[in-house]
Write a protein of this length. Structure first.
Length: 342
């Protein structure tokens, strides 16, 4: 059984609501910006002021403002000659073949998944290289003026939380969007670390580059454990997200030690139903092999929303009923209370 087995379902000492940032902002604040993605590191001038223009294919787009800045890329609000708004991601790369390939893969995935109502809509992309060997990657998508983060921050300002129905709607949308990308786990999608020092160093670099500490699973903190980093690591991140939607805070903060320890608490307020707490409890299981898979997770979420689960049971695993998950939560809570009295 996992560490943090006896997680309490209420605690006055739980994390307090806090101003929320995007994962990109969290990632940037927790690590220095990589020179391969910064304009200053490449010795070239990057146009990011209002009125600057970018050319993508045969069309030109004018910068309205910078929307976000991550560790390796910038995102702008741009408009075309008809004053239609778009989101433009731009990344500059030098001497990093893996990152160039990652950009190619990203644009292809976004393009292939285009058309689903819950997935960002693809418009165009471009990858060019200049004489100095600097790659200029641009990805153009539909611009969405509001998002979940903005909704949460507006509620935080008015001292309100998301309703249970809103949380379930957001999470169900997440699974409906991911359904078209869901596929069996195989050797191509599972990363298993060898004892080779280079392999471990490479994996640590990839984790630092593409993930945020507060969303990393225990096996991503301790890459020497030999535990595969696969879709079960994504399940952990979904648990973090669900907790954040419920409490506007993070269960482990940004502490690698707390993540490895696996112990977290549920604050007294807001009053979250046991069904949602039970789902979080299962998703944040320290042992990857004991975490539910994507179908089992989706089945629980849609059951809580009283909706039919649209996610395919590709792995043919058993369903976990919501009542069973709630019972597990209560057994763990009772176990923790028993430990405190001994």
């Amino acid at each position: 059984m996992p560490l943090g087995l006896f997680s309490s379902n209420s605690s006055k000492d739980g994390p307090k609501p806090q101003p929320l940032t995007s994962e990109k902002e969290e990632r940037t604040s927790s690590s220095k910006r990589d020179k391969s993605g910064s304009a200053s590191g490449l010795g070239i001038d990057i146009k990011d002021s209002k009125g600057s223009t970018f050319k993508l294919g045969k069309k030109s787009y004018t910068v309205e403002k910078k929307l976000a800045e991550g560790g390796f890329a910038l995102v702008y609000l741009v408009c075309d000659k008809h004053s239609r708004n778009y989101a433009l991601k731009r990344q500059l790369i030098k001497d990093d073949a893996r990152q160039v390939e990652a950009c190619r893969t990203e644009s292809q995935i976004v393009k292939n998944l285009n058309g689903h109502k819950n997935i960002v809509a693809y418009i165009d992309h471009q990858l060019t290289v200049n004489k100095a060997g600097v790659y200029d990657y641009m990805l153009l998508t539909v611009y969405y003026p509001t998002n979940v983060l903005q909704l949460m921050n507006s509620r935080l300002l008015s001292n309100r939380c998301l309703s249970c129905q809103e949380i379930l709607d957001i999470f169900c949308d997440r699974f409906e969007g991911g359904k078209c990308a869901n596929r069996p786990t195989n050797s191509a999608t599972t990363k298993v670390l060898s004892k080779d020092t280079y392999t471990q160093a490479y994996m640590e670099e990839e984790i630092q580059r593409y993930t945020t500490l507060s969303y990393r699973a225990p096996e991503m903190i301790d890459v020497f454990s030999g535990v595969p980093i696969d879709t079960k690591s994504d399940i952990w991140a979904l648990g973090i997200l669900l907790y954040k939607l419920c409490y506007f805070s993070l269960p482990f903060g940004e502490s690698a030690l707390a993540i490895q320890n696996g112990t977290f608490t549920f604050p007294d307020t807001p009053n979250i139903p046991d069904e949602l707490k039970a789902i979080i409890n299962l998703l944040l299981t320290s042992s990857a092999k004991h975490r539910p898979n994507i179908f089992q997770t989706a089945y629980l979420v849609f059951a809580a929303a009283n909706r039919k689960c649209p996610v395919y049971n590709i792995e043919k695993g058993p369903r976990i009923e919501l009542a069973e998950a709630v019972q597990i939560l209560r057994l763990r809570d009772n176990g923790r209370q028993l430990c405190q009295t001994v």
